[in-house]
Structure formats: structure tokens, C-alpha cells
Design a protein. Structure first.
Length: 145
């Protein structure tokens, strides 16, 4: 009976250790998710601010051109139309170009380092990596509470 009780105690201790590790991992993943949500919301806010300034800038240019047309300043209407169209479409076009470049760089880096490709916008934008270090209190791979 002594060996059987020792085996049961060992198994119980092993299960308790696994439960503890799983809880720590769950906490880590929850923190990572929270930081990802915060990062997404931050980027969304910055994009809204940029959009506001872009709309103001675009409106000011239109008003300046309107004032010139009203005052009778000679302008090339075709060139103005082309430039305004390019200016209007710039945020949409540049986003597609930047997204493609970013995808290519991160995909090639994931191939070089032999890692699975994961979309990590936070690492390149803020020079932080919340995937591996979600909180400043992380020590040796285990989060302290």
C-alpha cells in the first residue's frame, strides 16, 4: 500500500502542477489579449485623428482653390482635378502599399527565423513585443501577480 499511496501523491502533485501552469498560461494569454485590444484601440484612435486632419487639410485645399476660381486666377482645371483626386485617394492607396510591404517583410523574417507567421503590428510600430513580454513584471517566462 505504501507504493500505491506514493504513486497517487505523485500523480496528485503532478496534476496540481499542471493546473498551476495552465492557470499561469491562461493569465498570460488574457494579458496578451488585453494588450492587443489596447494596441488596436490606440491605433484606431490615431487613425481617426489622422483622418480628421486629412479631412481638414483636404477641405482647406478645396477652399483655397475655390477662392482662386472666384477671384479669377487662371488655373488648369484638369491638373487641379487630377491632383485633388490623387490627394483624395492617397490614404487608401498608401495603406494598401504599406500593408503589402509590411506583410512581405514580416513574412520573409518569419521564414528566416523559422517561426510561424503571426501578424505583429505592435513590434514594428512601437518597438515592443507584447507576444513575449506582456507585462513588465514577467520574470523567467512566468507572470508574477
Amino acid at each position: 500500500m505504501g507504493q500505491q499511496e506514493t504513486a497517487i501523491e505523485y500523480q496528485t502533485q503532478t496534476v496540481a502542477n499542471e493546473i498551476s501552469l495552465i492557470q499561469q498560461k491562461e493569465h498570460t494569454y488574457a494579458e496578451k489579449a488585453n494588450y492587443q485590444i489596447e494596441m488596436y484601440n490606440s491605433i484606431k484612435f490615431v487613425n481617426q485623428v489622422f483622418l480628421f486632419f486629412y479631412i481638414v487639410f483636404f477641405s482647406v485645399i478645396h477652399l483655397l482653390l475655390l477662392v482662386q476660381y472666384i477671384q479669377g486666377v487662371k488655373r488648369d482645371e484638369v491638373a487641379d482635378t487630377v491632383w485633388l483626386t490623387i490627394l483624395f485617394w492617397y490614404p487608401y492607396l498608401i495603406y494598401s502599399v504599406e500593408k503589402s510591404i509590411y506583410f512581405c517583410i514580416t513574412y520573409v523574417l518569419s521564414l528566416i527565423y523559422g517561426q510561424t507567421y503571426v501578424y505583429q503590428f505592435d513590434q514594428l510600430l512601437l518597438f515592443t513585443d507584447f507576444y513575449y513580454d506582456p507585462t513588465p513584471t514577467k520574470q523567467s517566462g512566468v507572470l508574477t501577480q
